[in-house]
Write a protein that binds this ligand. Structure first.
Ligand SMILES: [Zn+2]
Length: 252
């Protein structure tokens, strides 16, 4: 029993020693797969959230179905008047442009008689990115695209814009857009001609303005009234206009 009495303090000492040693053992080093970046003395400036660039305004195309009301335009068949072909085509083109992300409006959306001056006034007040007047004809084939023909010297340099030569201010832009649309449509191999002509009301409009004239591709004038043919031309034009959208400014 004396052995037990002496062994008890020794055992306590041994336990204290083991605990002391264990507590002094450093923790196992942590294994990291990537070294910590070196400390830097400079402090990065507080970063500002990037400011997105302002979105380009959506171009606005104003489509003008020529003729209307008591002015029938060309008689393209027994029940096929130009004023009706231009209106149905203008509506298709409006829808095709909207479906391609552009804004599109009609000068007339019913069988209404409007004078050339009224059409020009509507365009000049609306200030679209591009005004397009739509005609239809039995002559020729495919699409004709016109820009204004102005008398020489009508450059409107003064503070007032003459009504008869209002287009002079922006004629270069109109012709540039005409060239680009023509080049785009030529790639589709659809027949297209690019012309200048004194087509009213182009001369009276202060924003880029063009006229298009659609003709049958087969020589059969009845083709102009068919939904398939109108839809094909409308899609060709809408694709071409959407393709130059970055050349079109917002509302002028
Ligand atoms: Zn016409």
């Amino acid at each position: 029993m004396r052995w037990n009495n002496r062994a008890r303090p020794l055992g306590c000492l041994l336990a204290v020693f083991i605990l002391t040693v264990c507590l002094r053992i450093p923790a196992a080093p942590q294994i990291t797969t990537a070294p910590s970046p070196p400390a830097t003395t400079s402090v990065a400036p507080e970063s500002q959230p990037p400011v997105p660039p302002p979105a380009a305004p959506t171009p606005v195309i104003l489509i003008d179905a020529a003729h209307g009301g008591t002015e029938s335009g060309a008689v393209l068949g027994p029940d096929n008047l130009e004023k009706d072909v231009t209106l149905t085509f203008a509506r298709r083109l409006r829808q095709d442009l909207i479906s391609r992300g552009l804004q599109a409006q009609l000068v007339r959306d019913s069988d209404t008689l409007l004078s050339a001056d009224q059409r020009a006034s509507i365009a000049n007040q609306s200030r679209p990115s591009l005004y397009i007047c739509v005609h239809a004809t039995s002559q020729g084939s495919g699409i004709r695209i016109y820009s204004a023909m102005l008398p020489s010297g009508s450059d409107n340099r003064g503070p007032f814009v003459g009504w008869e030569t209002a287009q002079a201010y922006t004629l270069l832009r109109s012709r540039l857009l005409q060239q680009q649309l023509t080049a785009s449509i030529q790639k589709t191999r659809f027949p297209i001609r690019s012309l200048t002509a004194p087509v009213r009301p182009l001369n009276n409009i202060v924003v880029p303005a063009l006229a298009i004239e659609i003709a049958p591709a087969t020589g059969q004038v009845s083709q102009l009234a068919t939904a398939d043919y109108q839809q094909m031309i409308s899609a060709i034009l809408a694709n071409a206009i959407a393709g130059i959208r970055n050349k079109l400014e917002g509302r002028q």
